[in-house]
Write a new protein. Structure first.
Length: 73
């Protein structure tokens, strides 16, 4: 399961997925709505590039090597 977080303002009962995430979020999703209110009544929809980085998928369990071998790599 992968999670993405973004702020949005519902319009006519719908919440739009930001353009930066539309190519990533293409299948069924679970939606949890948390109502927030900024002091100036505006919503910051900025998405950081670090939010788009996926976790590593390389399985390193069972790898064993000493310091010299690690330095060679």
């Amino acid at each position: 399961m992968q999670a993405y977080e973004f702020l949005a303002k519902p319009q006519n009962g719908t919440i739009a997925i930001p353009n930066e995430l539309r190519h990533i979020i293409t299948s069924n999703v679970k939606v949890i709505v948390v109502v927030t209110q900024n002091k100036d009544d505006s919503i910051d929809t900025t998405i950081r590039k670090s939010d788009l980085i996926l976790p590593p998928t390389l399985d390193t369990r069972g790898w064993k090597f000493d310091r010299e071998e690690a330095n060679e790599r």
